[in-house]
Write a protein that binds this ligand. Structure first.
Ligand SMILES: [Zn+2]
Length: 284
């Protein structure tokens, strides 16, 4: 009955066990007090922590508006093709079969950009004149060859009553000294700016050698004149002994615009210029 009263009220606990009675009561009071404090602290602590925690929880940020991302700056790439040159734009498929080639790299000074492989020339009447074998040339020089074939060579061949079929390419790009002499100044061939031609072929199959004294002289004279107008260098028989069996044309640039036109159109029996000492390898 006493214990029931004890737990019904909040008063001191009276446990009749001698001296331990006081101790137990004191502990109970302390425990109650501490419990109350702890509860209070817990409440405020929770409230505080909860408030702090509530403050720390980041609020969802407002959704940013859609921002257009700037395009990354365009970077030059080695794989990107170089922009077409003015020559490349002029040398259309209507005029020639001349696909572009990668730049020619060395050795030495033999570096050429804007290079094409001239495979054929289209005449105005859509006749295809092959370049055999195809010639590797810088675009500007290929363009000059195309114009020469279309406007001069093909009309000159009409005298034979057969259309022009092909133009012989004896030498085009070739990294070497002039006349294949080691140590000589770089040939225009090394700049893909020259072409050696031995002959032309007609649709009938006939071959006309440009340096053959037996070939039609009027034709050869006409070709000589046209080449010397179009090209800054023309070397044929009688020039230096290196060009007795072919004609060399190039577009070398010289001080004062100096031009060289050295091609003797010979007749049968005329003396040829004695050849200089033998050159290394089979040379044009
Ligand atoms: Zn040559």
């Amino acid at each position: 009955m006493q214990e029931r009263t004890l737990f019904a009220c909040a008063g001191p606990v009276a446990v009749p066990i001698g001296p331990y009675n006081v101790v137990i009561r004191a502990h109970i009071e302390t425990v109650k007090l501490l419990s109350a404090l702890l509860a209070l602290l817990a409440f405020f602590g929770f409230a505080t922590c909860g408030f702090a925690a509530a403050k720390r929880v980041p609020l969802p940020r407002p959704r940013p508006a859609e921002i257009a991302r700037p395009e990354p700056p365009a970077e030059a790439s080695a794989e990107e093709p170089a922009p077409s040159s003015a020559c490349r734009l002029r040398l259309t498929a209507e005029l020639a079969v001349a696909p572009s080639l990668p730049a020619l790299i060395g050795p030495g000074e033999c570096n050429v950009e804007d290079v094409v492989r001239l495979e054929a020339v289209w005449l105005a009447d859509r006749t295809r004149v092959a370049v055999t074998p195809p010639a590797i040339l810088r675009c500007s020089f290929a363009e000059a060859i195309v114009q020469w074939v279309r406007e001069d060579l093909a009309p000159a061949v009409r005298a034979f009553g057969r259309p022009l079929k092909s133009v012989d390419n004896y030498a085009a790009y070739d990294c070497r000294g002039r006349n294949r002499i080691i140590g000589a100044k770089l040939s225009e061939h090394g700049k893909a700016n020259a072409l050696d031609v031995r002959s032309v072929k007609l649709a009938s199959g006939s071959v006309i050698e440009l340096t053959d004294p037996a070939a039609d002289k009027d034709f050869r004279e006409r070709v000589r004149k046209s080449t010397c107008v179009r090209f800054t260098t023309v070397l044929g028989p009688g020039s230096d002994g290196y060009h007795e069996n072919h004609v060399h044309v190039d577009l070398a640039e010289r001080a004062g615009g100096h031009r060289m036109c050295q091609w003797d159109v010979r007749e049968p029996g005329e003396e040829a210029v004695p050849l200089p000492p033998p050159r290394p390898a089979a040379a044009p």
